[in-house]
Ligand binder design. Sequence first.
Ligand SMILES: *[C@@H]1O[C@H](CO)[C@@H](O)[C@H](O)[C@H]1NC(C)=O
Ligand SMILES: *[C@@H]1O[C@H](CO)[C@@H](O)[C@H](O)[C@H]1NC(C)=O
Ligand SMILES: *[C@@H]1O[C@H](CO)[C@@H](O)[C@H](O)[C@H]1NC(C)=O
Ligand SMILES: *[C@@H]1O[C@H](CO)[C@@H](O)[C@H](O)[C@H]1NC(C)=O
Ligand SMILES: *[C@@H]1O[C@H](CO)[C@@H](O)[C@H](O)[C@H]1NC(C)=O
Ligand SMILES: *[C@@H]1O[C@H](CO)[C@@H](O)[C@H](O)[C@H]1NC(C)=O
Length: 539
Amino acid sequence: MQTKTYFILFIMLSLAFTGLTSCGLDNDSVDTIQEPTKPVAANLKCDAQIEQTDYTFFKMTLDGRRVGDLMPMYDEASNKFFIYYLKDIWNDVTHQRHPWYAFTTDDFSSFENISSEIIGSSSQGCEQDYAIGTGSVIKKNNTYYGFYTGHNPNFPSGCVDKKEGIMLATSTNPNSRFTKNPSFSTIYAPKGLQFDEQDNFRDPYVFEDAGTFYMLISARANVGGIWKGVIASYKSTDLLSWNYNGILYHGDSNNYFMMETAQIFKLGATYYLVFSDIGSRRVNYRKSSSLAGPWVLPTGSEFLDGNNFYAAKVVSNGTKSYIMGFTSQQEGNVDSGNKIWGGNLVVHELIQNSNNDLELAMPSSFSTSTQIGVDIKVNRTTGTTEKISNEDESYQLISTSSNISNVIFEPIDAPRYIIATTVSYTDSSKDFGFFLGACDANDNVFSLRFVPSEHKIRLDKTKRSLLTTNTVSDNEVFMNLKPNTDYNVKIVIENSIVVIYVDDKVALSSRVYKASNTSWAIFADNSKATFKNIKVTKP
Ligand SMILES: *[C@@H]1O[C@H](CO)[C@@H](O)[C@H](O)[C@H]1NC(C)=O
Ligand SMILES: *[C@@H]1O[C@H](CO)[C@@H](O)[C@H](O)[C@H]1NC(C)=O
Ligand SMILES: *[C@@H]1O[C@H](CO)[C@@H](O)[C@H](O)[C@H]1NC(C)=O
Ligand SMILES: *[C@@H]1O[C@H](CO)[C@@H](O)[C@H](O)[C@H]1NC(C)=O
Ligand SMILES: *[C@@H]1O[C@H](CO)[C@@H](O)[C@H](O)[C@H]1NC(C)=O
Ligand SMILES: *[C@@H]1O[C@H](CO)[C@@H](O)[C@H](O)[C@H]1NC(C)=O
């Protein structure tokens, strides 16, 4: 085994369990809040807001903890969505390590927290579940089966020779503590079949198809001489005894180190396989007409959202489907900080289009719950701008030289709000879109931008003067962009979370500490773009 690479990757990729390295074993500080550094020479308002913990849409816990891997389940009995999650606790006073907690919701814009722990870690250093990892809950015959990862960070030691195994806890009530089932034999990687038999065996996802239960497990194996991340499959008829059922997917020509939190769900006649690539931190998906595969790429982009929407899972109540992941916090709660494990729940409505690709839309409850119009005030304009309507906030921006044209607006003084507009362009050799946290009119800004030459929606925190065609974005999604086409844009901002939806097809979720309550703008750079009927609403 490539122990070294593997160790370095383990540190670098801020995996679920590198909570360890980021927090340190004794550092159990609740995630509040440091003064960000003040920008120099701010003539507009661009100070990062001090990070808040009161999130309505992008839920975290009320006691200031972040959430990790989401494990949603729709509960028919109560007609509610239960969202189990790993709570960002690493060895607190009660020695919990990533225990499961839960929220419930009807509509994803308001949540109830369940204050009691659902599954806790063992206090015994030799037990497999000395720390708890991701899993899934399925209901059968009035019992809720919670399959979870037992992860022992003491591996390797005299009493711990496998770092991860799959365990079971059950309950008759989805919102109270599950009882661990000691008679369930922990599932470890199958022996003698070229798996990593000591580590990397986690994230069980259990589903039923045609009367049989299947469990997906994220693992690593030697496939034809190459070590790679694989998704192993197990089968059961009673949820208690499981038989190895082969490797369901090994990434085909890709070599993912780990395909984490894999899930299969079915919409219509199509099966979807979703997994989170630990390397790129992106959620990928594949389609198939059969559980047996082949798992093919979608027609459009294989990614759902960008690089800050991780460990995503889908849930459906039979009429609507949703996908949720977590958007990481950054060290020190500043835009320059490294991403660290744990963040806020971000949810999109999941829509199957006519070619069976998946699209991401803003949950409709967000617009029904943000009905109060906020007056928007222009602070100043730069370059060639024209207000094209007396009735509403509509502008045409023309930039033909190296000069940017923009309209800069006064900060929106609200913890959560939605900016909506319809954007189109006639030509664009560079970019257009929005500035967030604008310190000045054209350089020290964050650009949330349409880049037609790349067919991308990008977030760039890089100053405009340093942006080149080689700049690596902070976050991006693909979208086929065409001139003379209306794009419906919604930007949901809640404290430091910014999610942009374009045409309710594509979503990009990011952490932007400078976004809230700061100067913002619409802009065009070497482009001719129109922004129609700009509206801001809040709850
Ligand atoms: C524009 O913003 C600056 C900085 O906040 C402020 O001093 C100025 O009064 C604003 N101008 C208008 C017209 O709102
Ligand atoms: C599914 O959830 C949506 C809201 O998210 C709701 O409008 C719809 O009525 C629900 N369907 C069922 C069958 O409960
Ligand atoms: C949510 O959590 C808060 C504080 O942690 C607690 O006071 C409240 O009762 C909880 N709400 C529910 C519905 O459990
Ligand atoms: C559920 O109950 C039915 C009827 O008693 C039984 O046939 C089936 O095996 C049970 N399923 C599980 C998973 O226990
Ligand atoms: C670009 O902006 C600079 C500074 O505002 C100005 O001096 C120059 O005339 C502008 N150039 C064009 C072509 O508009
Ligand atoms: C927005 O900033 C102003 C000061 O510039 C402050 O008074 C206000 O409380 C802030 N609003 C929010 C929601 O943080």
